[in-house]
Design a binder for this molecule. Structure first.
Ligand code: ACO
Length: 383
């Protein structure tokens, strides 16, 4: 089977493991919709909470249903005192995704519904609370590690506005809130991606939804998945200036064989539709803020790749993480907070998949044995 075993080289590509109704990805055409609604329209017109309703219920909410969910999530974005103390005790230089994984796991100990893995309504309540908690933990950690006071979430705000308010301790402005809202909408759900699959595997054992979200966070952290947005930013920083793009590409990619982080996708063999939307936001925001450096480096590098035979043949295009790095940097987020913000968006996706998987059959694939033939055991003294 060559240098890698079957599961590694195949990576389960193309294997259908569940029926899903939340999202349709057309990788050949580069199209994405949530429950029948085109992602482009949702990103421009829907509040993140509207999308949460859509994913949870299969239908868009009316105004009263939306307001009820907005309130529930806003109220859930307040950290329990125990989690604040835990965060304060963690090493200041800890990776924010490792902190998030640890704190969400600890949060489960204080949620009265957490250990009811087969109760649909209890799971739903936990998922909604986790949407608020993941945002609150991410913003709180960003402040605690810098010695700043934790800011309490406001009951009157959307999650996007609250995230701006509790991260930066300021009145959320329309431009930043709208950019964060679109980002959250675009990343809320994406079928059987690696972290959602992990969440489903956990739920299929009969385990609880907090464990599923913790597993999702651990999976998202990897640079081949959600960790790519932070890595893309580090790459843009390493390039440093748009004049260096050509030489960096030749040296690192063509001669050094390095992967461009934020490019390539398991499913999209046409441009990722989310990347184009995020590119537009990043373009507008970087113009408005007068800081064009990262946008210019990113577009110049993407153009180099788009004109290169290697990338053309393999149909490699910027994915959702590529321009989100530019957008989030323009908003003033530290690059190691990009993946936690991805987790803020994806918690609802993990949650709805966990609810759908509840009570389903154990997911247990099989390996092809390539080890030694049966042989006699040799006692320790004789080895
Ligand atoms: N730069 C250069 N070459 C690449 C890149 C890249 N970013 N991505 C894939 N390739 C090449 C591979 O070397 C391989 O070439 P080969 O056929 O000559 O061996 C070919 O394209 C296919 O790549 P695979 O790794 O086999 O594709 P797979 O579907 O397993 O991986 C992945 C997809 C992990 C996203 C890959 O494209 C990658 O590593 N990209 C960079 C990391 C990244 O951006 N991840 C985020 C993905 S989106 C998300 O998870 C939210």
């Amino acid at each position: 089977m060559g240098r890698r075993n079957m599961a590694e080289s195949g990576g389960l590509a193309g294997t259908e493991v569940a029926e899903i109704s939340t999202c349709l990805i057309d990788g050949e055409q580069g199209r994405l919709s949530y429950a029948g609604y085109d992602i482009e329209t949702l990103a421009e017109q829907a509040q993140f909470e509207e999308v949460c309703c859509l994913l949870l219920n299969g239908e868009l909410p009316n105004a009263a249903q939306l307001e009820a969910l907005r309130q529930e999530i806003a109220q859930s974005a307040v950290l329990p005192a125990e989690i604040r103390s835990l965060l304060a005790a963690l090493p200041q230089d800890a990776d924010p995704m490792a902190v998030l994984r640890t704190a969400v796991s600890a949060y489960g100990l204080y949620d009265e519904d957490a250990e009811l893995p087969l109760d649909r309504e209890a799971m739903r309540r936990v998922v909604i609370r986790l949407c608020g908690q993941v945002a609150a933990i991410t913003a709180a950690w960003a402040r605690i590690r810098n010695g700043q006071a934790v800011v309490a979430a406001r009951a009157d705000l959307t999650l996007a506005a609250n995230f701006v308010a509790i991260l930066f301790d300021r009145e959320p402005d329309a431009t930043t809130t709208s950019a964060i809202n679109s980002y959250l909408v675009l990343l809320a759900e994406h079928g059987l991606n690696a972290s959602t699959f992990a969440a489903r595997v956990i739920t299929a054992t009969g385990s609880d939804v907090v464990s599923a979200v913790v597993g999702g966070i651990g999976t998202l952290k990897g640079p081949a998945h959600g960790g790519a947005n932070s890595e893309a930013m580090r790459m843009f920083q390493e390039i440093g200036a748009v004049e260096n793009v050509d030489s960096w590409f030749e040296r690192e990619v063509k001669q050094g064989g390095r992967r461009i982080m934020g490019i390539g996708h398991r499913v999209y063999k046409a441009p990722d539709p989310r990347a184009a939307i995020l590119q537009r936001h990043a373009d507008a925001l970087s113009r408005q803020l007068g800081e064009r450096r990262w946008y210019e480096i990113a577009t110049a590098l993407a153009e180099k790749a788009a004109a290169d035979e290697y990338f053309i043949q393999r149909r490699l295009f910027p994915n959702v993480d590529y321009y989100s790095a530019v957008l989030l940097a323009s908003l003033g987020l530290a690059s190691d907070l990009f993946t936690p913000l991805f987790a803020v968006a994806r918690t609802i996706g993990w949650g709805v998949h966990a609810i759908a998987q509840r009570g389903g059959r154990l997911i247990r694939p099989k390996g092809r044995y390539v080890g030694p033939a049966p042989r006699p055991f040799i006692p320790l003294a004789e080895r």
